[in-house]
Design a protein around this ligand. Structure first.
Ligand SMILES: C[S@@+](CC[C@H](N)C(=O)[O-])C[C@H]1O[C@@H](n2cnc3c(N)ncnc32)[C@H](O)[C@@H]1O
Length: 228
């Protein structure tokens, strides 16, 4: 059987060390492009340098995009990344932990997405951001969360290690390494506090969204919450 060619991160991806990211971003960008077309509003929570927004705009260039980030320098980089690729762009400096202060268009949004940002937030802020997003989605709109999930069952950890080893064999770079559950937990902190898989379902359901996990590879999940 010929070897399977897995999608690879290009050099311009600021988080290219993440082995499964190219495949997962390809899925996310397909799904956002499928939901949002000309004139539809789309919101990126934690836009960073605009790399993910660019992938989405390559597939659906006529959306109206708003991006939020804590850091002015990231927004400057995003402005440069997206120059000439977007019809309408709003870049907003703000903190996802202070939702009431965010000065963003009210919506409604056809899609709201966040990539590798929610693990920076405490759980209360994740819950509030999910609820805030649900209130701003158009009927039939979707919230997408692509992020690490928290592993919390020590008995399953050997399977996770085997999965990480397999990812490293296939992609040539590691996703995350921890020799055992205790050292995995010791690595949790202010900049690394992912939510548990089950929590995303419960929080989305509480916010009135129909939840699903659309893709899971290693400990990185792509969750969706659809507004009926
Ligand atoms: C790891 S980067 C991911 C950037 C982008 N989503 C990507 O995947 O290329 C996380 C981004 O979230 C932003 N961020 C983290 N905490 C935030 C907060 N509380 N409010 C707004 N942005 C935040 C950071 O400044 C950073 O740009």
């Amino acid at each position: 059987m010929p070897p399977i060619e897995m999608p690879r991160n290009p050099p311009e991806d600021p988080i290219r060390s993440h082995p499964t990211r190219a495949e997962q971003l390809d899925i996310l960008s397909d799904l956002v492009a499928d939901r949002a077309g000309e004139g539809d509003r789309v919101l990126d929570l934690g836009i960073g340098t605009g790399y993910v927004a660019r992938l989405i705009l390559d597939k659906t260039p006529l959306i109206s995009l708003t991006g939020i980030d804590l850091k002015a320098e990231s927004l400057d980089a995003a402005r440069e990344t997206l120059a000439g690729r977007v019809k309408a762009l709003d870049l907003v400096e703000g903190n996802l932990e202070d939702l009431a202060d965010l000065d963003v268009p009210a919506g409604p949004y056809r899609a709201i997405y966040t990539v590798l940002t929610f693990h920076d937030l405490p759980d209360e802020a994740k819950i509030a951001a999910i609820r805030w997003s649900a209130e701003r989605l158009a009927p039939g709109g979707a919230l997408f969360i692509l992020d690490r999930i928290r592993l919390h069952r020590p008995a399953l950890f050997p399977l996770q290690i085997a999965l990480w080893n397999r990812i490293e064999r296939i992609y040539g770079s590691p996703m995350r390494s921890a020799v055992d559950f205790d050292s995995y937990i010791a690595d949790m902190g202010e900049r690394n506090r992912p939510a548990r898989f089950e929590d995303y379902f419960a929080w989305m359901e509480d916010a009135g969204l129909a939840p699903s996990c659309l893709h899971l590879h290693g400990n990185i999940g792509l969750f969706a919450g659809m507004r009926p």
